[in-house]
Write a protein that binds this ligand. Structure first.
Ligand code: PLP
Length: 377
């Protein structure tokens, strides 16, 4: 948000800004989805819905998870939410009592610790730099204390783009199940995994590993629908019942028109998702090669989402002490927005979103390179 505002201010001042800060697709919502919303409005689907969403949307979500992941969720275990963010919020505030510890890997999506603090829980961070920012079962095991109540997983990860391998994910779930720890699996970037990697959902795990699992899903990234505010939670019936109470007395239900659009998103043609993935795939390949050409930068390969997360530590010196300073000078000197990794709990790193055109990518990387080379001069 801060990066977005800074870019906005510079643009308003007439500057030619390259913006790698965006946490949302640069694509428009596909036409079939927009049409479904128009039809819903014309048909008067403009009223409150059930708190957990329309029957059609709940069923579409259940069908999707059944078709692709072999899961058989019931309607009492699914609810539509105002974005994946509300699913996470509902799940945390219904579960966490003051002092409960909530485990999450560093780097983390900024909302995770904030929601935990809101619920008076204690965010407890797991360092994963030694494993290239891919969380392992061993790291989880080591971090558990008698106060640990919940573990938050996010694969593909924002900001690192890293994906937890399926077997490791299963091992993590085994560790959590053995210690009666609840898990939120944030699957917001579920469908954006780069070949040869494969899309994986925690929904495909055996039922014994899903007894304390809440999946938080979203239409925002997959279908370029960030502004529509629609997501969902899949969780055991008792947990869902509590989440419905929170939602009922806060936002009531996800937007009715957006819910109709979301049904079309899941049930309609999926070629737009494939098209976006193909575009991200080529941008990612170009960007990773280009970053290798910048002295001092090193980057783990992101297997999913649309972010690269390079380390800039080797560029730091007495004259440039932190990644925050790097990002801020890059903005003033080269009019290029990147997000400082410190906000995600990873000082020394930058998040570069490639949810932007190739032209912008080329220009921005040229500017970053010029900035880094200038540091040495
Ligand atoms: C990791 C992660 N989870 C969840 C969300 C929430 O998305 P939304 O509330 O738009 O569905 C985001 C959005 O940036 C995200 O990056």
């Amino acid at each position: 948000m801060a990066a977005m505002q800074a870019a906005e201010a510079l643009r308003a001042a007439g500057e030619n800004v390259v913006d790698f800060g965006a946490g949302e697709p640069d694509f428009d919502t596909p036409d079939n989805i927009k049409r479904a919303a128009e039809i819903a409005m014309s048909a008067g689907k403009t009223k409150y819905t059930s708190t957990g969403g329309t029957r059609e949307l709940q069923q579409a979500i259940i069908d999707f998870y059944s078709q692709f992941f072999g899961a058989n969720y019931e309607r009492s275990e699914v609810m539509a939410t105002s974005g994946g963010k509300q699913a996470i919020f509902n799940a945390v505030v219904t579960l966490i009592n003051p002092g409960d510890e909530v485990l999450m890997a560093k780097p983390y999506w900024v909302t995770f610790p904030e929601v935990v603090v809101f619920a008076r829980g204690v965010p407890t961070f797991i360092e994963t730099e030694e494993t290239g920012f891919v969380l392992s079962a061993e790291q989880v095991e080591r971090a558990i204390t008698p106060r640990t109540k919940l573990l938050v997983l996010n694969s593909p990860c924002n900001p690192s783009g890293r994906v937890i391998p399926t077997e490791e994910f299963e091992r993590i779930m085994e560790v959590a199940a053995a210690r009666d720890i609840y898990v939120i699996s944030d699957e917001c970037y579920l469908r954006f995994v780069y070949p040869p990697g494969e899309v994986f959902s925690a929904a495909s795990l055996p039922a014994s590993l899903r007894a304390r699992l809440c999946i938080a899903g979203s239409f925002s990234k997959t279908y370029a629908m960030t502004g529509w505010r629609v997501g969902y939670a899949l969780a055991p019936r008792d947990w869902t019942r509590e989440m419905l109470k929170v939602q009922s007395h806060s936002t009531s239900n996800a937007n009715s028109i957006a819910q109709s659009a979301a049904v079309e998103a899941l049930k309609g043609p999926q070629d737009s998702v494939a098209g976006m993935l193909a575009e991200y795939t080529s941008r990612r390949a170009w960007l990773l090669d280009a970053l290798k050409e910048i002295p001092g930068l090193s980057c783990n390969e992101p297997e999913g989402a649309f972010y690269a997360f390079p380390s800039v530590r080797k560029c730091l010196s007495d004259g440039l002490k932190s990644s925050a300073e790097f990002a801020s000078r890059l903005l003033t000197e080269e009019k290029t927005v990147v997000t400082d990794g410190a906000g995600f709990g990873a000082d020394g790193y930058l998040r570069i979103s490639y949810a932007t055109s190739m032209e912008q990518l080329r220009e921005g990387v040229t500017r970053i390179k010029r900035f880094v080379e200038g540091l040495k001069g």
